[in-house]
Design a protein around this ligand. Structure first.
Ligand code: ADP
Ligand code: MG
Ligand code: MG
Length: 929
């Protein structure tokens, strides 16, 4: 069988369907699906993503057999419609639309009205009797083609679009202000000027031959797969380069044929709040991306009832059909041509974290989906958005009363952001790089702005609706965004903006509330989110916190399905309490050295380090003992019987001494010793490679009295806690063990101390002794180590450093380029390097369990809060992950998703084939709204 590269859709039938995103791209697959459902989709065909690969393999040419297949499908399309590309009586016009497997909004450009030239334009005028419409379409085509295919576009960041400049010039000549006032003749003249400008600036002749136009456009869509902004976008969202894009060739329908025509975009639910209401925007007598581009301010979808009741009703119907069919919130694009509705796109809609969570939870209540599916739909990192700050109401009210409210725009991306104004993306990036908080302030944003948007705290635009580029991208990035704030007048050239008679300059502070759309002059403090106010501050009643309640439901479901336990890394009672509020089930890492920096502790610590004799050292340690004991007891009481892993001292000792002369002198004075002595000790502790130096268990082996003091502090605290009738479960963890004898040495001290304390205090308590697995030798000899260790905790920060031979603190210079060059797919300090570090972990798990089947296994490295790494920990069978308190909810959800995703598949999944879907649909009763 010959390989199929082109898939036809339309007229109630389609060769593809929604499950073929891999080869048809998202847009093509869903166009096919909608056509198959009998929805009004203009017919066309999709050139598969595999051709993208062939295109690059054949030096950016489209292979001959693909050209032939396209020709056949074009003929079929022409036959269905009774129109022909380039025909001088009944010309066919098409759009050329890119469409990758994952939606990349605005990443690659669409070309509309292809097939127009001097002759076909004249034919169309004769046919429609509407010359304004024809020349409006023609000038749009030349403009898009000139930009996308022939490359006439702005060069510098402050430039305006060359085509827009010509339009402005024309309007000036004619003394008019609105595009709509341009006549057919004006538009025709624009076409000529556009073509001349293209020729002059690019040297390219605008092609009159529609087939040439077609191949040029198709080639350029494939070519755009490798343009800078597409590459940047893929990088940001982990879209593999190998996927490629498909190209859709689709019959044009026209929203610009007059006041009975229009175009719009909508979400089947509110994408910002998740509310179950039809949310969208449209413009009458407009085409293509007019709605999104923000050049005219669109109307709310509800208004369409007045403008075109029939189309509105049909859209409502389609909204329900799509939601029940896809069981998700959908994002749709439609066009009305002279009173007839056409569907041009549908896809699962992007949404804010608020909306994602609310929609998932609501759809469970509506019985559209189950709990597991709901969990699958919420990305763990999205929970971060729920934890993001909001403005302090009182302060904001005061600012508004004080007249600082500058304007109100659309609440396009919830949250509160405050920062300094910058007017373009390049500056946003540069300022953010030097640590400034910025608000990217633009008339409107375009795909070129992606990096600047990412660098900004928030995004503010003067034009565009809830579905504008700024709004869409901000929502996806989880950025605060206020869009369509029409009162702002910006002058990019001068780097100023005026509003309400006030002038704001680049660098001025501004605050935007993406939940209400307010724009406020100056800096405003932010305060914790609803979830934090309920859980941490305990200042908000859950009954008054709908966002919190939805969050809590998700957490409840997550806990039901996860098998990993979630612990936290905390060194203090208050941190531990926060983590408990977030759902932590224990402490996976309590770093004792953090305590030494606390109030009144650094002094005795330094005394200990500066001591010359064992007696002096013991004396200093004796001062530290009660201080540490108190810390531990505080934690034990808060944790109330939950396991608490405490690591004995780990960092090199020089970290506790100052390195500047001034401070060294001060320490000398405080200790009553000479400055030279301090300096000498600092020098003697100097190491060429502290990361591999005198640290970890090596300290306790050389100075056993340190381990003894720490063990005593832990166990005396445990005893005291037991005496208060509170359960305790300390787990003493020895760091940096690479050889079982190191651990055995330290274990002996710990156990002797435990016995002694139990005897002295007359109480018993359970405790464990274990180790971190954080250097390769530890992992390699895990079977031997497990003979002594009752638990392992993977210290993946050091394990990554030592396995890769990369010092994390020195890696910045090369690691970012490494990731850019895809030497490592991800920063290995953020996401576990499964092939390298992961292999050692897997081996250590196996060896450890072989020696000691009941060994407790966990992770306490930074990776414990990263969703992909959590999944890996699930896969290799760890018992728990431990992460910072604020990542506990994320880890809970990530653990549940890992368990669900990797569960043995017994029952048919929700995403079964179209047949199973149809059957389940038949059974489902009509949904109440
Ligand atoms: P994007 O991927 O940026 O959303 P699209 O391919 O969806 O790009 O094209 C953008 C817009 O162009 C669509 O929303 C639609 O309004 C318009 N468009 C595309 N194809 C057609 C068509 N065949 N007829 C009418 N309008 C079209
Ligand atoms: Mg586009
Ligand atoms: Mg689109």
């Amino acid at each position: 069988m010959v390989k199929k590269y082109v898939y036809f859709f339309g007229a109630g039938r389609a060769e593809g369907n929604k499950d073929m995103k891999g080869i048809l791209g998202g847009k093509g697959a869903n166009l096919a699906e909608m056509a198959g459902l009998g929805l009004p989709v203009p017919p066309g065909f999709t050139i598969s993503t595999e051709v993208c690969d062939l295109f690059y393999k054949s030096r950016k040419r489209i292979p001959e057999d693909v050209r032939k297949e396209v020709g056949k499908n074009l003929a079929r399309l022409e036959k269905v419609l009774g129109q022909k590309l380039g025909d001088i009586e009944n010309p066919l016009l098409v759009s050329i639309r890119s469409g990758a497997r994952a939606s990349m909004p605005g990443m690659m450009d669409t070309i509309l009205n292809l097939g127009l030239n001097e002759k076909t334009a004249a034919a169309l005028v004769a046919k429609t009797g509407n010359s304004r419409f024809v020349y409006d379409s023609y000038r749009r085509f030349v403009q898009m083609y000139g930009d996308v295919v022939l490359g006439l576009r702005p060069v510098n960041k402050d430039d305006i679009d060359p085509f827009e400049a010509i339009i402005e010039e024309k309007k000036r000549e004619r003394g008019i202000h609105q595009d709509i006032d341009l006549t057919a003749d004006d538009l025709r003249n624009l076409v000529a000027r556009f073509k001349a400008a293209i020729k002059k600036e690019t040297g390219h002749e605008f092609p009159e031959d529609p087939m040439k136009q077609l191949w040029g456009a198709v080639g350029s869509v494939f070519g755009s797969w490798m343009n800078d902004r597409a590459i940047a976008y893929r990088k940001m969202y982990d879209i593999p380069e190998s996927w490629g894009t498909a190209v859709n060739v689709q019959t044009m329908v026209f929203g610009n044929m007059g006041d009975d025509s229009g175009t719009g975009v909508a979400f089947t639910r509110d994408a910002a709040t998740g509310e179950n209401t039809f949310y969208g925007e449209y413009l009458m007598n407009a085409q293509g991306e007019d709605v999104v581009a923000g050049t005219r301010t669109p109307l709310q979808i509800a208004e369409l009832k007045k403008d075109d009741a029939k189309s509105h009703a049909e859209l409502e119907k389609i909204r329900h059909i799509l939601e029940t069919h896809y069981t998700d919130m959908m994002d749709i694009e439609f066009t009305i041509q002279q009173g007839k509705l056409f569907m041009l796109q549908c896809r699962v809609g992007k949404r804010t974290a608020f909306a994602a969570i609310k929609i998932a939870v609501d759809m469970v209540d509506e019985k559209l989906i189950g709990e597991k599916e709901a969990l699958a739909r919420i990305e763990p990192d999205q929970l971060n958005q729920l934890l993001r700050p909001i403005f302090d109401h009182a302060e904001k009210d005061a600012a508004i009363k004080g007249g600082r409210l500058l304007a109100k725009g659309l609440n396009a991306g919830p949250g509160a952001a405050t920062g300094r104004i910058v007017f373009n993306s390049v500056d946003a990036e540069a300022w953010a790089k030097r640590g400034e908080k910025v608000i990217l302030t633009r008339i409107e944003t375009s795909p070129e702005d992606i990096k600047g948007m990412n660098a900004a705290e928030g995004i503010l635009t003067a034009r565009g609706g809830m579905t504008s580029h700024a709004a869409l991208v901000a929502r996806q990035m989880g950025k605060v965004c206020v869009a369509g704030c029409g009162e702002l007048v910006m002058d990019y050239g001068k780097h100023v903006m005026t509003v309400k008679g006030r002038t704001l300059r680049e660098g001025d502070w501004i605050s935007i509330d993406g939940t209400t759309g307010q724009v406020i002059e100056g800096k405003l403090n932010t305060k914790p989110s609803e979830v934090l106010q309920v859980l941490i501050g305990k200042t908000l009643d859950p009954a008054k916190a709908p966002v919190y309640r939805t969050f809590a439901k998700v957490m409840k479901w997550a806990d039901k399905y996860r098998t990993l336990k979630i612990r936290t890394n905390a060194d203090q009672p208050d941190q531990s309490a926060n983590a408990l509020a977030f759902g932590a089930e224990g402490i996976g890492l309590c770093r004792t050295e953090h305590m030494f920096f606390g109030e009144g502790k650094i002094g005795p610590m330094r005394e200990m380090i500066l001591a010359d004799t064992l007696d002096q050292r013991r004396a200093a340690l004796a001062k530290l003992l009660p201080l540490q004991r108190k810390d531990f007891q505080g934690i034990f009481e808060v944790m109330a019987g939950r396991p608490v892993t405490i690591r004995t001292i780990d960092p090199p000792l020089h970290e506790f001494l100052p390195h500047e002369e001034k401070e060294q002198r001060q320490v000398a004075a405080e200790m009553g010793i000479s400055y030279e002595k301090v300096r000498e000790r600092v020098e003697s502790l100097h190491e060429f490679n502290p990361m591999l130096g005198f640290r970890g268990c090596r300290l306790g082996i050389i100075y056993p009295e340190i381990t003894e003091m720490q063990a005593r502090a832990i166990f005396e605290a445990a005893a005291a806690t037991r005496k208060k009738r509170i359960e305790v479960e300390p787990e003493v963890m020895i760091p940096l063990v690479g050889n079982v004898k190191e651990l055995a040495d330290q274990e002996k001290i710990v156990r002797q101390t435990a016995e002694a304390v139990m005897k002295e205090q007359g109480v018993t308590f359970k405790y464990l002794v274990g180790t971190m697995i954080e250097i390769p030798r530890g992992a390699l000899t895990a079977d031997e180590i497990a003979a002594v260790a009752e638990f392992f905790s993977f210290g993946t920060n050091d394990l990554t450093q030592t396995t890769l031979g990369v010092s994390r603190d020195d890696a910045a210079r090369f690691l970012v380029p490494y990731v850019e060059k895809e030497i490592y797919a991800k920063d290995p300090f953020e996401v576990i390097d499964r092939d390298g570090v992961g292999q050692l972990m897997r081996m250590a798990v196996e060896k450890g369990r072989k020696t000691r089947p009941a060994i407790k296994l966990g992770i306490c490295g930074e990776h414990g809060g990263d969703p992909s790494s959590v999944e890996f920990c699930h896969l290799i069978g760890l018992n728990y992950v431990s992460c910072s308190p604020f990542r506990v909810p994320i880890a809970r959800l990530a653990a549940a998703r890992a368990a669900l995703l990797n569960a043995p598949k017994a029952e048919p999944k929700k995403t079964a084939g179209p047949k199973a879907k149809a059957a389940s649909k038949a059974k489902k009763p009509a949904r109440k709204r």
